[in-house]
Design a binder for this molecule. Structure first.
Ligand code: UDP
Length: 491
């Protein structure tokens, strides 16, 4: 059963697989390694259409003695149709707070003492509930410390400013460790002070200051200068402490042992020969960009495993062209959008799979040698944890910043860029980057540094590893606080 006698932690994951998965892994470890009881709270699915992967994550959590709860849906029909994803997320969370309060009171009545409330980076509207309940509120940050650093810069820059008076971040923005961030690489929502999301993110960030601390999904060697900068800020009382406690990467056994066409195909490929291509749970390319990528992979001459999603059909033009040239192909089959003859020409050395792969199993497979990645933070940590170097192809959110950190600070990725007026990453550049990473001198250096970082990632969660010990210290404080309260009540 779910350990009703242990001090209890409630975690709140904002909508999105990329937020849920690392928090689920944190919850699992709090129960398995740190003698806590945990409940993971999620929001009703935004599309109203529950996604199968999130459902699988939640059911595997219950099997690991983590309780789960989903808050009821809230009305959103008053939001403008073009509201950005950050705005929608924050509205859902804000409107769900009364439901969360009710749930927390129920938990308080049925389970062992509440030890801490842990909302994630967007769910900070839940922090006041921690004070209401008299428990510490910690923020889980599923992304990296550099992103937290940019959030902090935006908050400090706009200290005391009222709505409508916000300032743009400096361009370039200096980061700890001596690198600077160009405006185009700033996480979306924070690029311009006039964007609607900017004001909302300032509000979120102001609440960060009321947190007892941050649990960040990273480890020391990933970002040493930023870890040190946050340490100093905490010592001087300028910002709550940010604890690197990751990487939270699920184990490949959590992806289900069921047979997978990807894995069966990889089993038949030579060791270290395959380039894995995937853009996360939400990344899409245009029809033209998909064709360019196909040509690049074909020209690279290397083996590839490509997880193909439906192309985005923004331009009516591409939409129409795609359909005409397909002659009535299945509109829900992403493979039908690949260029004419591509699958036939690459048969034997390439596999294109629709929609989804067991990614941790793919990355840890001996045949996998490189990852063409959108640089979502989970994918990045999974790649590093498997020692797989990346070709960085960022698409949205904080991915450009991640790509910058990975290529410029850490040297574990080669970055692709849009170099021409058509807004596309060209086939020559794609083929060249894949070849460089697989065969070249620069590629060799990237592969070596990725190996070094993999070792550091392994050590962080080994017995006595830095992240594991740090989490133990924080949990020790939670437990002491919770048990202290019990003895006061019972004496
Ligand atoms: N993922 C997967 N199979 C896929 C695509 C994605 O297992 O075909 C998983 C991936 O392993 C990662 C998560 O979905 O854990 C995606 O998170 P990330 O932060 O990389 O990107 P996001 O989807 O949030 O953009």
């Amino acid at each position: 059963g779910p350990h009703l006698d242990r001090p209890h932690v409630v975690l709140v994951a904002s909508p999105g697989a990329g937020h849920l998965m690392p928090m689920a892994e944190l919850a699992r470890r709090l129960v398995a390694h740190h003698a806590l009881a945990a409940t993971l709270v999620t929001f009703a699915d935004l599309s109203g259409d529950p996604d199968a992967h999130s459902a699988a994550v939640l059911s595997s959590l219950r099997a690991a003695n983590v309780s789960t709860a989903t808050l009821p849906a809230v009305p959103l029909d008053d939001l403008p149709a073009d509201a950005c994803i950050e705005t929608v997320l924050l509205e859902v969370i804000g409107r769900s707070i009364p439901h969360l309060r009710a749930l927390l009171h129920d938990v308080g009545n049925t389970a062992a003492p509440l030890a801490a409330l842990v909302p994630d980076l967007f769910a900070t509207a839940a922090l006041p509930l921690a004070s209401e309940l008299g428990v510490p509120g910690y923020i889980f940050f599923p992304s990296n410390l550099s992103v937290l650093s940019v959030m902090r810069s935006a908050v400090e820059l706009n200290d005391g400013a009222g709505a409508g008076e916000y300032h743009d971040l400096p361009d370039p923005l200096p980061l700890p460790g001596g690198v600077s961030l160009r405006r185009e690489d700033v996480p979306s929502g924070l690029r311009y002070s006039k964007e609607p999301a900017y004001a909302q993110l300032i509000q979120v960030g102001r609440r960060y200051r009321t947190a007892a601390g941050f649990l960040v999904n990273t480890f020391y060697e990933m970002d040493p200068a930023t870890v040190e900068e946050f340490k100093k800020a905490a010592q001087q009382g300028r910002f709550p402490p940010a604890y690197p406690v990751g990487p939270f990467v699920r184990s490949s056994s959590d992806e289900g042992g069921v047979s997978s066409p990807c894995i069966e195909w990889l089993d038949r490929q030579p060791t270290g020969s395959v380039v894995y291509v995937s853009f996360g749970s939400a990344g899409t390319l245009s029809v033209e960009q998909t064709a360019e990528l196909a040509a690049g992979l074909e020209d690279s001459g290397h083996r590839f495993l490509w997880i193909v999603r439906m192309p985005s059909l923004d331009g009516e033009h591409s939409d129409d062209m795609g359909r005409k040239s397909r002659g009535g192909g299945d509109e829900n089959d992403p493979l039908a959008w690949l260029p004419e003859g591509f699958l036939e020409r690459t048969r034997g050395r390439g596999l294109a799979v629709a929609s989804w792969a067991p990614q941790v199993r793919v990355l840890s497979h001996p045949a996998t040698a490189a990852f063409v990645s959108h640089c979502g933070w989970n994918s990045t940590l999974e790649s590093v944890s498997s020692g797989v170097p990346m070709v960085a192809w960022p698409l949205y959110a904080e991915q450009r910043m991640n790509a910058m950190v990975l290529s410029e600070n850490l040297g574990v990725a080669l970055r692709l860029r849009v170099l021409t007026d058509d807004g596309l990453v060209g086939r020559e550049q794609i083929a060249a980057a894949v070849r460089e990473l697989m065969e070249g001198e620069d590629g060799r250096a990237v592969r070596r540094r990725t190996g070094d970082l993999q070792q550091a990632a392994d050590l962080a969660w080994a017995r006595d590893g830095s992240s594991r010990r740090t989490l133990e210290e924080v949990v020790g404080r939670w437990t002491a606080g919770a048990l202290g309260k019990v003895s006061v009540v019972s004496s």
